[in-house]
Design a binder for this molecule. Structure first.
Ligand SMILES: [Zn+2]
Length: 236
């Protein structure tokens, strides 16, 4: 049997090392938590959905500028901003195309198109579908950006409220997020928001919506809202 005799120096060294280990042990949760917060944004996947596309132009302004093109322009800017922040972003479409082709004699193209978008949100494991649209009204005076949610989807509602706050920072008249009866945000198993970024029937807003800087501003407001939501999620 080997007997180890510890000298005073060795005991002091041992206690010293024990102190360092204890300190690391206490500080570990702090460091690991910081890492978790940063890393967790990478683990969040979203589907950005530019409304309409291809055979479906959506609404139009008085000059014939189509909603589908504005939706896509803003969506691509939004994707770039979200990716820069580390989020994992998919698009329902990246070009001017429909998700379900028009077939002569076959009904329900629009519904099939929307279903394909929802399917994409499911297969990509997206936390949210962010559907971007422009509005239209017979009242040319109507204007403003509104975030819609499904009232049965608390996560979607929370996101809509945050995005609405960001919208209100960049629009003259504050609006309220509202429940909306839209097919794309009321499917079970998929959470999301439908964002109406302005009225193409309003001449002033129609001009703004063609402006690339204004589109960038809208994309940034949406991105800020999404990031706020995701960061809250990561820190809880
Ligand atoms: Zn639309």
């Amino acid at each position: 049997m080997k007997i180890i005799i510890l000298t005073r120096d060795k005991i002091q060294l041992f206690l010293y090392l024990l102190g360092i280990i204890l300190c690391l042990f206490i500080l570990f949760p702090y460091f690991s938590n910081t890492k978790y917060t940063k890393g967790s944004l990478n683990r969040i996947t979203l589907l950005v959905d530019p409304g309409h596309g291809g055979v479906d132009g959506g609404t139009a302004d008085h000059l014939g500028n189509l909603e589908k093109d504005i939706n896509l322009a803003i969506a691509l800017k939004l994707r770039a901003q979200l990716r820069q922040s580390g989020l994992n972003v998919f698009m329902s479409r990246e070009t001017d195309t429909e998700l379900s082709p028009f077939i002569k004699g076959r009904q329900g193209r629009h519904r099939r198109d929307l279903s394909a978008r929802i399917e994409k949100a499911k297969t990509t494991g997206s936390l949210f579908i962010i559907s971007i649209h422009c509005d239209w009204s017979t009242d040319r005076g109507r204007h403003g950006m509104i975030a819609f949610y499904n009232y049965q989807d608390p996560a979607g509602k929370k996101l809509a409220l945050i995005v609405q706050e960001e919208f209100n920072k960049i629009q003259k008249t504050p609006q309220k997020a509202a429940p909306g009866n839209y097919f794309i945000i009321k499917q079970p198993g998929v959470s999301g928001v439908l964002l109406e970024v302005g009225f193409l029937s309003n001449p002033e807003e129609a001009v703004l919506l063609q402006n690339k800087e204004y589109q960038e501003k809208i994309a940034l407001a949406i991105a800020n809202g999404i990031l706020q939501y995701c960061r809250n999620l990561s820190s809880t």
